[in-house]
Design a protein around this ligand. Structure first.
Ligand code: TXA
Ligand code: MG
Length: 307
């Protein structure tokens, strides 16, 4: 039976009962569960087909709740004050290993925390009252869903409830910063490198050590069709994802060359390209500045280029 959109109180009750909930956020749709309930968390990994060594983000409504879960230092306080609620995830030493269970953290002594800005996400977090894990609602390795319908198509069958928050404003997953030793950018996103560095100084790259950056697997966010990047002209049988003036509609990521618009369209256009009947996808060059770093990161992973 197809899931119909729930009310906040029904979704909170589903979480309390150990069920999974399709959760809209300003970045992408998540598949939410009670972070303290290991059986519910196991069901999230199962529904996504996600390896259980790749930990989940704990979502909270308020900074005060995050401080109970994770040890905040000055840098974490600054970033939370400036960017929360919003598309930034902080990886910090864990304090409460029951509130975010071992399985949710993949057994690490660190925890990823984020306070999302979407009003429905905030309403659900308040109604539920505890931390909620929510990986992107796609099956592992696929593009993150940016609409309720796309989320249902990916993992809706495993959900007991779902909130329809409309299309996601940002369309790319949150920026992930680890504050364990020197600050490290684990995943670029809408809170840009420049914006972060303005608050806390230079960011190091993610470590090659996969145990510290378990999400940095090679092929990720991938459509079904092969993907060719920085394509300045189309080839036979390819569908175009353009960027800027002069590229054909309807799959121009942003006819005006606006990176925020391109980010918001990226994953739904990859899905549309998959359905187009073409044999491959060609994507126009996108400048690397600002949000372009996050867009190109997702594109390189979708094409299988990043280790
Ligand atoms: O925008 C988002 O962050 C969305 C929405 C639903 O909030 N969620 C999301 O979750 O993208 P997920 O699970 O798809 O990505 C979480 C990323 C993964 O790359 C994971 O490896 C990393 O965060 N992560 C989580 N906990 C970590 C930890 N303790 N240390 C290092 N990386 C961690
Ligand atoms: Mg994901």
């Amino acid at each position: 039976m197809e899931l119909t959109p729930s009310q906040i109180d029904e979704a909170a009750a589903a979480l309390r009962a150990g069920g999974l909930v399709i959760l809209p956020t300003e970045t992408v749709y998540g598949l939410a569960a009670d972070a303290a309930n290991a059986r519910a968390v196991a069901a999230v990994y199962g529904a996504k087909g996600r390896p259980s060594f790749n930990p989940l983000i704990a979502h909270v409504a308020e900074v005060a709740a995050a401080r109970r879960i994770a040890r905040f230092d000055d840098r974490a306080e600054r970033l939370a004050a400036r960017f929360w609620p919003g598309p930034l995830t902080l990886v910090l030493p864990v304090l409460d290993t029951a509130a975010v269970c071992d399985l949710a953290r993949a057994g690490l002594d660190t925890v990823a925390v984020r306070s999302p800005a979407h009003p429905l996400a905030r309403a659900l977090l308040r109604a539920f009252g505890g931390p909620v894990v929510a990986p992107s609602a796609n099956r592992s390795g696929r593009p993150s869903p940016t609409t309720f319908a796309d989320a249902l198509g990916e993992t809706g069958a495993a959900a007991a409830a779902g909130l329809d928050g409309g299309p996601c404003d940002i369309g790319l997953e949150s920026t992930v910063v680890a504050l364990l030793d020197v600050p490290r950018l684990l995943r670029p996103g809408a809170v840009t490198r420049a914006a972060l560095e303005a608050e806390i100084g230079p960011l190091a790259e993610a470590e090659a050590d996969a145990r510290r950056s378990p999400g940095r697997l090679a092929r990720h966010y991938a459509p079904e069709l092969p993907l060719r990047l920085n394509a300045t002209e189309p080839r036979e049988g390819e569908v175009w994802l353009g960027f800027g003036p002069g590229f054909p509609e309807p799959l121009n990521l942003s006819p005006t060359g606006d990176p925020a618009e391109a980010a918001a369209n990226l994953f739904s256009y990859l899905r549309a390209a998959d359905r187009s009947g073409a044999r491959a996808i060609a994507v126009a060059p996108i400048p690397e500045e600002g949000l372009g770093e996050a867009i190109n990161d997702r594109l390189r992973r979708a094409a299988g280029f990043v280790g």
